[in-house]
Design a protein around this ligand. Structure first.
Ligand code: IFM
Length: 446
């Protein structure tokens, strides 16, 4: 074991998203989002949970920033709710909605915490869904207008901004599997939505740069180190295709102006609705790459899927409450792969964490030792990647608070801070205190 100290200026953060913590779903002129609609529909979420109140962060923002300061955080990744800014997804800015994010940014800066906003973390204005949602190409243009407005207002106090959170997850779960809003199950809707999102990424990049040329723009991509389930050539090839599909399908159109070769029968261009000049439109030289990583994915060859691959094999590491395998090396391996494949880009770990249901004991202490162990393993793995030369600028634990875990409702607790959803009392878990020490010492034993 040796002590590793992270480079000067390395950011220690946490991440959240608007819909998962804010509540106040109708306050100050906010419009309905697809997640409001989805969770208000019977049978869509565990126990019929919704995020009408969630962590009540909209009204407790100062208290939550005080808690961030207590932990010693130097970066806070949050998302902006599009329906607060443009209730119908188009048209004039709702001043009160924008005020909230201006106050948040100012409060963070006063606390010495870097604000890292994400423009889209899944809460599409319902009015745009009614007009066709992401499968509809026009969404790209509307999104770019929204992005430009946010950048114009907040861009003087923010250095970095993320365009999307996990484009692969929200297109896949929302349009192919139907387990997330808007609850569609159609390969064509998924294919079209994916392509619109890639165009939106390019359009938004240019729109933001037109008003704030110095703003550094990235996206937080869901990633997972893909490994063959068995030591066999066909699984090796399947793992590579799965990597192209799950990890870089939305990254390569931006960086390289083309989709990666993930589908066995070639790119479903017709289903995606790709037109002649579209790939130039998708191209956007992102200033940084965000990696959201929780686990690895073991992959096996399968003839019955368009990419000839599916997650498979038995987990070896312990499982979190989400059933996700704890596998710290995955973070090291993924960061190094992105470092190698794209010429040493600036990287931020924009999410990493685990769900465990530890609650306050008789003394009010939340002893979440499994989370401490998880974070220790993953941060040590990240340290090894930094040591090997990856340009990693920050790490963000998911999440600051226990919150609304989408279709899973409130039962999956990812927070460093325990939230009692009846009283809204917040309690720092042991992991928050452990993280505070890592931040103070700017490193750990590896
Ligand atoms: O809660 C989510 C977050 O919104 C996106 N990334 C994964 C987290 C845990 O499932």
């Amino acid at each position: 074991m040796a002590r590793f100290t992270f480079p000067d200026g390395f950011h220690w953060g946490v991440a959240t998203s608007s819909h998962q913590i804010e509540g106040a779903w109708r306050a100050d002129g906010k419009g309905e989002s697809i997640w409001d609609r989805f969770s208000h529909t019977a049978g869509r979420t565990v126990g019929g949970a919704n995020a009408d109140v969630a962590c009540d962060h909209y009204d407790r923002m100062q208290e939550d920033v005080d808690l961030m300061r207590e932990i010693g955080l130097t970066s806070y990744r949050f998302s902006i709710a599009w329906p607060r800014i443009q209730p119908e997804g188009r048209g004039p800015v709702n001043g009160k909605g924008m005020d909230f994010y201006q106050r948040l940014v100012d409060t963070l800066l006063e606390a010495g915490i870097r604000p890292l906003p994400t423009l889209y973390h899944w809460d599409l204005p319902q009015a745009l869904q009614d007009a066709g949602g992401w499968p509809e190409r026009d969404l790209a243009g509307y999104f770019a207008e929204y992005a430009e407005r946010c950048a114009a207002v907040l861009g003087d106090r923010v250095e970095r901004i993320a365009i999307f959170n996990e484009p692969w997850i929200f297109t896949l779960l929302g349009h192919l599997l139907g387990t997330h809003a808007p609850g569609i199950r159609s390969f064509e809707a998924f294919a079209r939505a994916s392509h619109t999102v890639c165009m939106a990424q390019g359009d938004a990049f240019r729109a933001i740069k037109s008003v704030r040329p110095d703003l550094q723009i990235g996206t937080a991509f869901s990633m997972s180190a893909c490994e063959p389930a068995r030591d066999e050539q066909e699984d090796l090839e399947a793992a590579e295709r799965y990597h192209r599909f799950a990890n870089v399908f939305f990254l390569e159109p931006a960086l390289l102006g083309r989709y990666p070769d993930a589908f066995v029968g070639g790119l479903p261009e017709e289903a995606m609705g790709i037109r002649p000049d579209d790939m130039e439109r998708c191209r956007a030289p992102l200033d940084w790459i965000g990696i959201n990583l929780y686990s690895r994915t073991r992959v096996e060859h399968r003839d019955d899927t368009p990419i000839g691959a599916m997650p498979g094999g038995e987990a070896i590491g312990p499982l979190t409450d989400m059933g996700w395998e704890v596998w710290p090396d995955a973070l090291h391996d993924m960061v190094m792969r992105i470092h190698r494949d794209y010429d040493g880009p600036s990287i931020e770990v924009t999410e990493n964490g685990c769900a465990y249901d530890d609650a306050p004991d008789a003394n009010g202490r939340v002893q979440d030792g499994r989370r401490v162990e998880y974070l220790e393993g993953y941060i040590a793995a990240l340290a090894r990647a930094v040591e090997e030369g990856a340009q990693v600028e920050g790490y963000h634990a998911w999440s600051l608070l226990d919150n609304f875990e989408w279709a899973e409702g409130y039962e999956k607790r990812f927070g460093l801070i325990y939230v009692d959803f009846v009283t809204q009392t917040r309690t720092l878990k042991d992991s928050a205190r452990w993280y505070a020490r890592v931040i103070r010492e700017h490193g750990l034993e590896i």
